[in-house]
Ligand binder design. Sequence first.
Ligand SMILES: Cc1ncc(COP(=O)(O)O)c(C=O)c1O
Length: 407
Amino acid sequence: MNRIDTDSRPPFSSLNGRRPEDLFSDLPTPCYIIDEKQLRKNGEILSSVMKKAGCKTLLAQKAFSNYDFYPLLSEYLTGTEASGLYEARLGAEKMPGKEVHVFCAAYRDDEFRDLLEYADHIVFNSIGQIKKFGAAAKENGKSVGLRINPELSTQEGHEIYDPCASGSRLGVTREQWNSQITSETISMLDGLHFHTLCEQDSDALELTLSAVDAKFGDILSLPQISWLNMGGGHHITRPGYDIPKLEKCILNAKRKWNTEIYLEPGEACALNAGYLASRVIDIVQNGDISIAILDASAACHMPDVIEVPYTPPLYGAEEGRKGSRYCYRLAGPTCLAGDVVGDYGFARELQIGDVLLFGDMAIYSTCKTNTFNGIPLPNIWRMDKDNKLKRLTDFGYNDFKMRLGSV
Ligand SMILES: Cc1ncc(COP(=O)(O)O)c(C=O)c1O
């Protein structure tokens, strides 16, 4: 690997000046490395908010579900949030004794019974679903919630991540509430839930809470409503996030509605707590573009790079093609023409065999991998506080084959 200057940007700050070649050059690539130190830093920030604002915080497992780290995170968090039966089960099994909340856009008959075994808080997405499943949830002692849609978009040009976009299926609007609610349904409700943010600061939460108050303040004031879940998308652990404003929002909401407050961030729990190490396996030239083909794939190992889309931070390199003498397009080994991670500028020429380290690869990465083209799954490693590495997985041919046919 080429020697490069130390990269101290937030996705790499937890390396404390240690260079990737010193830490990871013996690891078979591609592989993910989850950094315990950064997970702890995030946990400490979240638990300080919990203490100061008196709220509860859940890990949204859709973003990060590497359960080997649940014991560590459970030192800080109230429990887990799930998107359905399997995540609820994982949360119950791997954070025993902690709360398990679940929200799903629509529950299936055949999974709901099982869900009752694992979840303690069940959030419904429609009044029709409460009418169908609410009684069973109550009979089994569950706390029942309804997701509301305050219809306030606080992000632009990002409809895929905006539950308040027009025509959204996520959450009950006040109009739907007014036309469908019955006193029997209201009597089943213990809490309300909203999730409208994505990688946002607390000013967006403040605006959202005004909309929640305007549309659903009367419901939140009902004496039976004992909790309000403010969803995820709060980028609390990002340097520069306005934490005092978040705490103020929570304290105001608690006071106004006399409810318990839950947050369920995914990204903020594991922000900057993981890396994807990859090696250059070939370099090709097409016109003025130099293309380094990696053993990691955007399509298989960092699908958000294509879906969001975004260019992930790379240790010691600049994103984009501006100015740098050595510019490379980094691309994956699959047949997909668009399997491209991005263009980067380097301080020196790349060589076949160089190890490249992508940052912020703990979230929406290991939980979204696939084996398209028969590309192997990267193993997952744990890096402890002393930078000691331990392999957690042993993926191979069977992990590709088992999802495709008879066993
Ligand atoms: C209902 C719900 N809660 C929590 C989250 C976690 O969001 P984030 O990882 O952005 O904090 C999401 C993400 O889509 C969500 O849909």
